[in-house]
Ligand binder design. Structure first.
Ligand SMILES: Nc1nc2c(ncn2[C@@H]2O[C@H](COP(=O)(O)OP(=O)(O)O)[C@@H](O)[C@H]2O)c(=O)[nH]1
Ligand SMILES: [Mg+2]
Length: 195
């Protein structure tokens, strides 16, 4: 799949402000700082489409990117940033639930985890949540440049075990820094969109 056009269509925490047509959507979830914005920029070939931040935890909205006028990539708010207050994390939960439960066009949520570490408790919770909604099955292991080729397989196995993935679930190591792995992810996305 070639992404020719990508534009930010909506930034919102409120359901009534979601884009209204029923374009298919593929959403991306992961803890703050996992590399979600960097990945979206790599996928779309637009360096500054999504804001990359050195300080985690800023995004408190759902960001809708319209791609090729054919589907959307949806940037879900990051979780797991230690400094958020209880009330903010409740808002996060409400936002996620509202989106995941009601969104007609949503076909899949790609779960991002940092390749270097075993998925955290919150990563596991998030993935189980996706499983509950039947939106699981694709995991991206980010920052693949941080581990050697040798270690990559070991890390992927650890991710598979910790998230209790099945054989047909895919784990795709990606480096936004080195620009590797994204083509395989785009292929998976294309497959999903073709249904
Ligand atoms: N080494 C490396 N660093 C990355 C990669 N992707 C993101 N980062 C860094 O991780 C930090 C968080 O990235 P960002 O894309 O804003 O993460 P987000 O909070 O999940 O959207 C930034 O400092 C990025 O430069 C990657 O593939 N490799
Ligand atoms: Mg981000």
């Amino acid at each position: 799949m070639i992404i020719k056009k990508a534009e930010l269509e909506a930034v919102t925490a409120k359901r009534h402000q979601y884009p209204e047509d029923n374009l298919p959507e593929i959403a991306f979830a992961g803890r703050s700082n996992v590399g979600k914005s960097s990945l979206l920029n790599l996928l779309t070939g637009r360096k500054k489409l999504a804001r990359v931040s050195g300080s985690p935890g800023k995004t408190r909205t759902i960001n809708f990117y319209r791609v090729n006028d054919a589907f959307r990539i949806v940037d879900l708010p990051g979780y797991g940033y230690a400094k958020v207050s209880k009330s903010i994390s409740e808002t996060w939960g409400d936002m996620m639930e509202t989106y995941l439960e009601n969104r007609q066009g949503l076909i899949k949520v790609v779960q991002l985890v940092d390749i270097r570490h075993a998925p955290s408790k919150q990563d596991v919770e998030m993935y189980n949540y996706l499983r509950h909604y039947g939106l699981d099955g694709i995991v991206v292991a980010t920052k693949a440049d941080k581990v050697s080729r040798n270690e990559t397989q070991k890390c992927v196995r650890q991710i598979r075990t910790t998230l209790k993935l099945s054989e047909r679930d895919v784990v795709i190591p990606v480096s936004s820094l080195k620009k590797t792995g994204h083509e395989r992810l785009l292929e998976e996305m294309e497959r999903l969109l073709e249904g």
